[in-house]
Design a protein around this ligand. Sequence first.
Ligand code: GRF
Length: 197
Amino acid sequence: MKNIVILISGGGSNMAAIVKTAQRERWADCYGARVAAVISNKAQAQGLQFASAQGIVTEVLDHRSYPSREAFDAALAQLIDRYDDPGQPVLVLLAGFMRILTPGFVNRYAGRLVNIHPSLLPAFAGLHTHQRAIDAGCQVAGATVHRVTPELDHGPILAQAVVPVLPGDTADTLAARVLTQEHLIYPQAVAQLLRKM
Ligand code: GRF
């Protein structure tokens, strides 16, 4: 089995969309792939409950218990590597994982580390993407699935979705519109990767 490990920090709706799509599209049969574990850096992340209800292993690794970013990332890699196999390298998906990863971690999973970002990259890397898009007067916004490289929110683009910015939009209304598209493009981008793996 190709193991997929998903990292979350909060709601986990993108993770849930991937898990549901994997079930609906029978990724186990089609690609020999399964979501093996969901790891959160926050114990209260709501997504953990969904994942365990689906019978997926969940782990909490609180970054505050580690003296440095490097120490946290090393512990995270140790957890992830339980699902890694030289013949079947683990695929690591960031889904609302609100931690900046060290270059050492990113390089360890080079080519098999993917993120979703709520903007049309390369515009609006970083935080507060929806408010920044509104403030800039953008007429469209969206989301990007991309490979992770050491530079934050850069890396080759795998998929994008575009939504309109509507008059009267707030960061919240725009975020909700973008999120519905994230739930479509992230699972599809992952399926496309699995087909090639
Ligand atoms: C999503 O908008 C994602 O793009 C961003 O954080 C949000 C996480 O949502 N990085 P969820 O945890 O997947 O519900």
